[in-house]
Write a protein of this length. Structure first.
Length: 249
């Protein structure tokens, strides 16, 4: 919130600058009128402050509404890559009435906190599909590539869970050892992990996220909503209920 004194000073400086320019282009009678207006404003600075603050609040609200509408249009334009995505790993029924998409990074502490929220949602809501978008915003692609390679052998959720319950620090051998313990085809896993196909999938996620101005993880997307941050379980449930009500008409 802006300090009122600061707002008045800024407004006054701008206003007086405009007055100076105006005076240079008008006659004496108009100048006397302006002097009277300035005298009245000087008598009631609190009114000036109130009007200025309300004006700034409206400008901020209008800007937020504009950004929200722009984001909705962006989601609509990329809908098939978002909510109709059946190539990315997902949990829940394919024909769920609500699809929740989450951009996340295993090195993000807030993402690890959100993991429990997503897990609980899937346990409680049997008509919810969650799409997992690997979004290694901190720069390390190794865990994302490993999880997507595991997805090719149907073990994505195993890797996802192990990584989310860790501190995100794994050596290459440590990653391969997970595949070995899960009795996966290790040779295929390593090949897939280092393949151009998997790298392109991660890069596509990054490109998609940037196109939606996603600059933080976790970020949840569903319907026409983009919600950044590890929001509480009950708040997320509320948003999902609202999405269902909207779909129901």
């Amino acid at each position: 919130m802006w300090n009122k004194s600061f707002v008045v000073i800024v407004f006054a400086s701008f206003f007086l600058s405009c007055v100076a320019l105006w005076r240079a282009s008008v006659g004496p009678s108009a100048e006397r009128l302006m002097d009277s207006i300035l005298m009245e404003m000087n008598k009631k600075p609190e009114v000036v402050a109130k009007v200025t603050i309300e004006g700034m609040r409206k400008l901020q609200k209008d800007q937020e509404e504009k950004e929200k509408n722009e984001k909705i249009e962006k989601i609509k334009s990329r809908k098939s890559e978002l909510l109709d995505d059946y190539k990315s790993p997902f949990a829940g029924p394919r024909d769920a009435d609500v699809t929740l998409l989450v951009f996340f990074d295993y090195h993000c502490g807030f993402c690890r906190s959100a993991y429990a929220t997503v897990e609980q949602l899937l346990k409680e809501d049997k008509n919810l599909r969650v799409i997992f978008k690997e979004y290694p915003i901190f720069g390390d692609l190794s865990l994302s590539k490993a999880a997507l390679a595991a997805h090719k052998q149907g073990r994505y959720m195993d890797f996802y869970t192990i990584f989310m319950k860790s501190d995100g620090q794994f050596t290459q051998e440590g990653i391969v050892d997970i595949a070995r313990k899960l009795k996966m085809n290790v040779k295929k896993f390593v090949k897939d992990m280092n393949s151009k196909e998997v790298l392109k999938q991660v890069q596509a996620n990054m490109s998609l996220g940037r196109s939606l101005d996603i600059s933080a993880t976790p970020t949840f997307v569903f319907g026409q909503n983009v919600i950044p941050g590890a929001i509480p379980l009950e708040e997320l449930k509320k948003e999902i209920r609202a999405e269902r009500m909207q779909k129901a008409g």
